[in-house]
Write a protein that binds this ligand. Structure first.
Ligand code: PGA
Length: 302
């Protein structure tokens, strides 16, 4: 059976299976029986001419052909969603969904921006996914969302990224820290203090490591923690200093619970970016949100 005989239904079932990686969960999500899911997937595999999944032990994996078909499924349903929104737009209606994946550190300000956006566009339903840099890049690779917010776009010509707000990373500590209140602290001196690092896969961690590596230094990592919140608690517990985005520590700095250390070469001046695969068909809701972010950027630089 040639591929053009495959049905939209089969693509929908396979797209859902590629997300859940389980026949039972796919059946639940689509209100089908597991055998019905298996039949649809088998028929699509016949049309493709290759198996799309393989079962190893209890776990289901997509084959190389399956991964390609899953990406194409997302393009197809993105395009249909976009068409739906454009048709509604012709009638003067604004509706649709907007799925945004944001890096953990952006969760301190982006939900508020999304709230303002939803206030202006009440019929657009928004889904928000939060993860560290590695997680967000994985979602982008699999084309799971409309837009990705991160602190440093990947070095990849296939990705389009627009900066929309400044992102400054400071060395922060308690006011009792030995380096607090000193001016012009050298990076070498800073590197000798106990450092609280974010987990591997975090963009904040990458930026801090990069800062020290460029100077031929290595921070004295005392502890590795999986979130900005855990790091802030550990700084408060006098376990060390960290290098964090101002977005994550604004409240603590304002209240004087944490202070910025005055270190040569800091803050690291970065930007927040809105990114998506260059070839992605952007839905009207996505374009509206990008315009909204761009207007905010213009307002703050004016
Ligand atoms: P993170 O990324 O939340 O994964 O640390 C932040 C950033 O890239 O600036």
């Amino acid at each position: 059976m040639p591929l053009r005989h495959a049905t939209l239904r089969q693509f929908k079932v396979f797209e859902t299976l590629s997300q859940h990686e389980s026949v039972v969960r796919t059946a639940e999500a689509l209100h089908l029986t597991p055998p019905a899911v298996s039949i649809q997937v088998r028929q699509l595999a016949d049309a493709v001419g290759h198996p799309l999944v393989e079962q190893i032990g209890k776990q289901l994996y997509l084959t190389a052909h399956g991964r390609l078909v899953a990406l194409a499924c997302r393009d197809i349903f993105d395009r249909l969603e976009s068409l739906d929104q454009e048709l509604a737009g012709l009638q003067g209606l604004e509706r649709g969904t907007l799925s945004v994946a944001i890096i953990t550190t952006a969760s301190y300000f982006l939900p508020r921006l999304l709230g303002d956006f939803c206030g202006e566009h009440p019929d657009i339903a928004v889904a928000l996914h939060v993860g560290n840099r590695e997680t967000i890049l994985g979602r982008m690779e699999r084309n799971e969302d409309d837009l990705y917010i991160l602190g440093q776009p990947p070095d990849d010509a296939r990705i389009s990224a627009a900066p929309f707000a400044p992102n400054l990373l400071y060395a922060v500590a308690t006011p009792e820290h030995p380096l607090a209140g000193q001016t012009g602290v050298t990076p070498d001196r800073l590197a000798r203090e106990p450092f609280l690092a974010r987990e591997r896969g975090s963009g904040t961690r990458l930026a801090a490591e990069d800062y020290f590596a460029r100077l031929g230094l290595k921070p004295r990592i005392r502890m590795e923690l999986g979130s900005n919140e855990a790091i802030k608690q550990s700084i408060a517990g006098h376990l060390g200093y960290s290098i964090l985005s101002e977005s994550a520590v604004g409240g603590e700095l304002d209240r004087g619970e944490l202070v910025r250390l005055d270190v040569v070469g800091l803050p690291l001046v970065r930007q927040w970016y809105a990114a998506h695969p260059r070839t992605k068909v952007l839905s009207p809701a996505t374009r509206a949100f990008l315009r909204f972010l761009g207007e905010g950027a213009e307002a703050s630089s004016a």
